[in-house]
Design a protein around this ligand. Structure first.
Ligand code: ATP
Ligand code: MG
Length: 552
């Protein structure tokens, strides 16, 4: 056990259960996604919790696809989920399962429930069942079919399976308690008829188990010890326990609930994320503005940063909204330590060093990382024509502007102090070229470096030794903290959530696979996109160097 691991109530109860030998000394958890969408940062919380506990306590964590709804599920999602959980750094070994593995068992147990008088075939319509169920303040009313004989229910259930009836004609319900204060116990549906092929079981079934039933059976079949889920399932726990207690399943799992992750300025429901994709508000599930893990990955998030985030937010039972800046801070924390430094000049303008020859070239060394000197550095060629950022030059400097302007001096990073002697404007393009002279006594790292005190320190690249690229700068996808609370979240999409700039970058950037820091500009990663219309390499900004969000 690692003393640095923050503790929380679930970790404590697992630890207590194991110490007391309550689960035969075993820990088995599971992560049970429904393959109907891509995983998002909320799922990461559940993944880190389930796999993290198994790792810490020497248990196992299963990856189980909850594929009980053939209408919405797809192998595209299965593949992406597998890939993403691996990317996050977790491994389930041979323990990859599907709820559909247990369809035969679920069916078998359902017959046993009928035989015990604990389930019956109902023929009320879905709407009638809803009305009969009652409300929080009113008891439910028993269905006229509640007392159907065991033999008749068994016969009907078998014929449901055999495909004799249309969708909705019959439903299998548990016989629990129509007067229960818990609506989930008022004879919940266990099976419904759906004449739909399933992506795994094909046409084997035309009846499918309901989530609550299949989930409890799956957990018990896999002999899960701690079934961890989000708070909205708290009221389903008595049904979960009822299924485990009344079917001859091999295990006795227990369910525990924790609060789900809510993150500001984004949406976390798969249905809405699908809408964003399908309506073209973003460019796909892996759009770098999406809260999906494939999106964050493309944005430049590393698995370490996501895991750190999950550790920092902790596990509790109280609902809260985590500010997006917490996630960004985790990424900064990780990348500040691990990302190599590079130079990129955004919105470049030309600077001519007037007091050097056309063929002048001097090598300046820039470290890969300011603290990891053992990582070495790279060479930047200082030549007569350079690129500097448009924002680093002002013809008439405003108060507090300490960078380049006529008559003023700044340091070129890793090189010399220069003094601006003037500028020219291209009559046709309007492009500005800055003129300057170098003071060769001020080379960075030499005794004369501080001969002239300057406040500005700007980055630059040689025109002949840099390559053009595109950079994409991202911002919050929504302008308000809680878009889900707005009647139509489309009205609060941030129109400035992405902007594109032309840049000049160090050639070394083209070989980088990990995110790097573009000095003074933030952390960037090469976009893996291979769109054929892109003639330039594209870099995504993962996060700025400091929190700069000005919104609500
Ligand atoms: P949605 O309601 O958007 O479809 P879901 O909860 O149905 O999401 P599942 O695929 O069923 O998505 O989720 C798999 C697991 O991830 C479940 O155990 C669920 O509790 C957990 N999970 C989903 N969203 C969150 C979240 N925001 N925070 C923490 N855990 C989550
Ligand atoms: Mg779900």
């Amino acid at each position: 056990m690692n003393d640095a691991t923050p503790t929380h109530f679930i970790r404590n109860l697992v630890s207590d259960d194991l110490a007391a030998g309550r689960t035969e000394g075993r820990l088995a958890t599971r992560f049970p996604p429904e393959p109907n969408g891509y995983l998002h940062i909320g799922h990461a919380k559940s993944i880190c919790l389930n796999f993290g506990l198994a790792r810490e306590f020497g248990g196992v964590c299963h990856l189980r696809f909850d594929d009980t709804n053939p209408a919405k599920e797809d192998t595209e999602y299965v593949d992406s989920i597998i890939d993403t959980v691996r990317w996050l750094g977790f491994d389930w070994g041979e323990h990859q399962y599907y709820a559909s593995d247990y369809f035969e068992r679920c069916y078998h147990y359902a017959e046993r429930l009928i035989e015990q008088g604990l389930a019956y075939v109902d023929e009320l319509s879905a709407e009638e069942i809803r009305v009969y169920r009652g409300t929080l303040t009113e008891h439910g009313k028993p269905s006229p079919w509640r007392d159907r004989s065991v033999a008749e229910s068994l016969d009907l259930f078998r014929r449901m399976r055999a495909g004799e009836f249309a969708d909705g004609r019959y439903v299998l319900r548990a016989r629990i308690d129509m007067a229960s204060p818990n609506l989930n116990l008022r004879d919940p549906a266990l099976y419904r008829i759906r004449h739909l092929p399933h992506w795994r079981t094909g046409n084997d079934w035309c009846i499918y188990p309901m989530y609550d039933y299949a989930h409890a059976v799956s957990d018990a079949e896999e002999r899960i010890t701690h079934s961890l889920c989000t708070l909205e399932f708290e009221a389903h726990r008595p049904l979960y326990d009822w299924v485990v207690a009344h079917t001859p399943v091999p295990g006795t799992p227990h369910q525990y609930e924790f609060s789900r992750l809510n993150l500001s300025h984004t949406l976390m429901s798969k249905r809405r994320l699908l809408e964003l994709v399908e309506e073209g508000h973003v460019q796909g599930w892996d759009d770098p503005r999406m809260p999906t893990l494939v999106g964050l990955r493309r944005r430049g998030y590393t698995p370490e940063a996501v895991r750190l985030f999950c550790e920092r937010i902790g596990i509790s039972k109280s609902d809260s909204v985590i500010d997006y800046s917490v996630l960004e801070d985790c990424l900064r924390h990780v990348l500040n330590e691990h990302a190599q430094r590079r130079v990129a000049v955004l919105r470049p303008i030309r600077l001519i060093l007037q007091n050097v020859a056309e063929d002048f070239r001097e090598v300046c060394t820039a470290p890969h990382h300011p603290h990891h000197t053992e990582w070495g550095g790279r060479s930047l060629g200082l030549t007569r024509e350079l690129w500097i950022e448009q924002d680093d030059f002002m013809v008439e400097p405003v108060k507090g502007f300490f960078r380049l302007s006529p008559g003023k001096s700044v340091r070129l990073r890793y090189a010399y102090v220069i003094t601006c002697t003037g500028y020219s404007v291209d009559a046709q393009t309007g492009g500005v070229t800055v003129h300057a002279v170098v003071d060769f006594d001020t080379r960075s790292g030499t005794p004369g470096a501080d001969k002239i005190k300057v406040k500005g320190n700007i980055h630059w690249l040689s025109v002949s030794e840099s390559v053009p690229a595109k950079v994409r700068l991202y911002d919050r996808l929504f302008t308000v903290a809680n878009p889900a609370a707005v009647e139509d979240y489309r009205t609060v999409l941030n129109p400035c959530s992405m902007s594109e700039e032309i840049a000049q970058v160090e050639p070394a950037c083209l070989l980088d696979v990990q995110p790097c820091q573009f000095e003074r500009n933030g952390y960037f990663v090469r976009d893996p996109g291979t769109a054929t219309d892109e003639t330039l390499p594209v870099f995504n900004r993962a996060v700025t160097l400091r929190d700069s969000w000005q919104g609500s």
